[in-house]
Ligand binder design. Structure first.
Ligand code: SF4
Length: 305
């Protein structure tokens, strides 16, 4: 099993203003995969004479999607909505491989913004399928990243791939499949604890278990920094899209630390929050798809209290 990367020594930058002390997590906001995808897509929109479409949300942050829309970068739900002669961007979460061939057959250029860490999971799942393992992907079945991973591995002849998001589902999901040799990968934004719990349960079923811990380093660092900060503050503000798995997990982790936490997309959702009003020390963290300007707006709001 690949080991988790080491977190940097934790440090937070305290800001004492008004009535509250505000502490910001050491790792918060845009990760390298999201930054790369957003910058490249905006550049494409500025420089290309072709119209740019993104199939599905480029990242799970509606405010960033709205900004791209203002620059006439259009988010669509399927390739059917992308006309010939334009460019379609594959989102950070990746996509099934047939999207690329279908786009090319239609006369649409493809710009692939799949995060390299997601590509790694796709490749590990393909490897496990080629080696004849029953492949278990730990994650949410309908999440676009998982849809892409299972589609890539599904191209291997005779591949057997299932998705599991809770240990209680293991038995039912493996029903009728060979379980002697099981290979495991994870959604990049999975909670470590959930992943390890799943591996432990699968080890009771399989004779041979091959595990790739494919939780990405950005997720690992954000989760650890959030948990550490949550243990030091009265209240946590977790900023990011409501559809963002990694942000949702950050909020869950803070609550696991026994700290009150609220998950917001913008500062406006903090208005009238009693737990926040009562707190003296407030921690701030943000998911990997949250831009700096939204984090800064939240901090400015907290300073005003
Ligand atoms: S959270 Fe991880 S996998 Fe997802 S885009 Fe960021 S670096 Fe890539």
């Amino acid at each position: 099993m690949a080991t988790s990367p080491s977190a940097n020594p934790s440090s937070v930058e305290p800001t004492s203003k008004g009535n509250k002390t505000i502490l910001v997590a050491e790792h918060a906001g845009f990760c390298h995969g999201v930054k790369r995808a957003v910058e490249n897509t905006l550049k494409l929109g500025d420089e290309s004479d072709k119209k740019v479409y993104v199939i599905g949300k480029l990242i799970h942050n509606q405010q960033v999607i709205d900004q791209m829309g203002e620059k006439e970068i259009v988010t669509v739900s399927s390739l059917d909505e992308v006309p010939a002669g334009s460019i379609c961007v594959v989102r950070t979460h990746g996509a099934p491989p047939e999207i690329v061939s279908q786009a090319e057959a239609k006369g649409v250029d493809v710009s692939d913004a799949t995060c390299p860490d997601v590509r790694l999971v796709q490749n590990k799942a393909i490897q496990l399928a080629e080696e004849g393992y029953t492949v278990v992907v730990v994650g949410k079945e309908d999440h676009p990243e998982i849809v892409g991973i299972t589609a890539h591995a599904g191209e291997v002849n005779g591949a057997r791939i299932i998705t599991i998001n809770h240990p209680d589902d293991i038995k039912a999901r493996l029903q009728g499949l060979p379980t002697r040799r099981i290979g495991v990968v994870s959604q990049t934004t999975q909670m470590e604890e959930t992943f390890f719990q799943m591996v432990k349960e699968l080890s009771k079923v399989a004779k041979e278990l091959k595990v790739f811990n494919t939780i990405c380093p950005a997720t690992y660092f954000r989760q650890n920094a959030a948990a550490e900060l949550a243990s030091k503050v009265d209240f946590m503000v977790v900023i990011g899209g409501k559809m963002s798995s990694n942000t949702t997990h950050l909020a869950d982790l803070c609550k696991t630390e026994g700290t009150q936490a609220i998950h917001v997309e913008t500062y406006k959702e903090l208005e009238g929050c009693q737990g926040l009003m009562d707190a003296k020390v407030v921690g701030v963290t943000a998911g990997a798809s949250t831009p700096d300007w939204i984090i800064e707006e939240v901090i400015d709001y907290l300073k005003s209290l």
